[in-house]
Design a binder for this molecule. Structure first.
Ligand code: UDP
Ligand code: MG
Length: 354
């Protein structure tokens, strides 16, 4: 029988969720050629054995048993190597990803998209299954990923629910670096070029039974992934420029003072020189490969950004000093850090935007 679709379900202790999931997949995909590959991480609750029983009852189910908890990314790859489908779908086995979305994913793949992501962060998406804290961190991390890995432009690069054409994975699976984590989608996005991508909204549900398996390894793998694929060297250059700018600023301040200039004039000139210094170094070194935009436009934008970050630095420092903790150095350092962050984001996203 022709297999259009392989659904990969990584499981670790999902025994109680499995039957409902399988039932709903079969109901949704009635009449379609598909197979389900359950990749189990040696669940102590007997998920694998139960999956085999379901296989006998429903058919179309392949169970792969692994001998330890190896995470979702490697489960996806293991499942892929056993798969026969033209399209591959990854989803959680805990009912957070409603299988009723699968036909829409297939439709878009049929229309020619290479990758269809069920996204938690589109306007029409609803999130029922995340705590406030996890939702916030996911949104912030996704935002950071978009800024610092410019190749990744999707709203929800952390999604674990997507469909992809077989060729895409054939092309990337040998290049995949971080296999112990959960975020295989980042690997796919960072390692392929010119993918035609569609994001569709969906309602992220509450976990029915059991609990989340996110742990420290998952978080550390994610940080490693972001550093590896991000523009970390550019951030280092940018920070170095900021540091040099501070020295230049102080040097000119002292120089002009030694010629007898008033502090309020010397300080203003020194600031302007340091802004110019930073602008030129960033333009011709940090962002030398981003050659879009007129020189003058960028220069003006950078001045506005620098003023804004100085104001933020000043206000933060004063709020901290007068209302939170009256220590000048600490207040100033926090102000500097926040100002630096605003400058960094503005430079990457606006002045030297890709
Ligand atoms: N999972 C797995 N191996 C692991 C951790 C998780 O197969 O080492 C499975 C888990 O059973 C579930 C899916 O991966 O089907 C997503 O995991 P979880 O729901 O814990 O992650 P979250 O949704 O909280 O990010
Ligand atoms: Mg889950």
């Amino acid at each position: 029988m022709y297999i259009m679709l392989t659904i990969i379900l990584p499981t670790y202790n999902e025994r109680d969720n499995l039957e409902e999931l399988i039932r709903r997949i079969f109901r949704t995909l009635k009449g379609k050629g598909f197979e389900i590959i359950i990749v189990d991480d040696n669940s102590p609750d007997g998920t694998a054995e139960f999956a085999e029983e379901l296989g006998k009852k429903y058919g179309k189910i392949i169970v792969v048993k692994r001998n330890k908890k190896l995470g979702i990314s490697s489960a996806f790859l293991t499942g892929f190597l056993k798969s026969r489908g033209k399209y591959i779908i990854l989803m959680d086995a805990d009912l957070q990803h409603p299988p009723e979305k699968i036909p829409e994913i297939i439709d878009y793949l049929d229309k020619g998209y290479d990758l269809v992501i069920a996204s938690r962060f589109l306007k029409k998406s609803r999130i029922y299954g995340l705590t406030f804290y996890r939702k916030l961190t996911s949104i912030l991390i996704s935002y950071f990923i978009r800024i610092f890995i410019p190749k990744i432009k999707v709203r929800d690069p952390l999604s674990g629910f997507f469909g992809v054409k077989r060729e895409v994975i054939e092309h990337v699976h040998k290049r995949i670096k971080f296999k112990r984590g959960f975020k295989i989608l980042i690997e796919i996005l960072a390692n392929s070029n010119n993918l035609k991508i569609k994001e569709i909204p969906f309602d992220f549900q509450k976990r029915k039974y059991g609990k989340s398996k996110v742990n420290n390894i998952v978080v550390i793998e994610l940080i490693k992934q972001i550093i590896y694929y991000s523009e970390i060297s550019r951030i280092i250059k940018f920070s170095l420029v900021g540091f040099i700018g501070t020295l230049v600023n102080l040097f000119f301040l002292l120089l002009l003072r030694s010629y007898g200039l008033e502090h309020f004039i010397a300080s203003a000139i020194a600031i302007e020189i340091s802004i110019m210094n930073n602008f030129l170094l960033n333009n011709y070194w940090t962002f030398s490969d981003r050659v879009n935009g007129k020189f003058l436009d960028k220069l003006i934008k950078y001045h506005i950004l620098s003023s804004l970050s100085s104001i933020i630095q000043y206000v933060t420092s004063n709020i901290i000093f007068y209302f939170i903790y009256s220590n000048s150095i600490i207040a100033q350092i926090i102000g500097i850090l926040l100002g630096y962050l605003i400058n960094l984001l503005g430079s990457f996203k606006i002045v030297w935007k890709k």
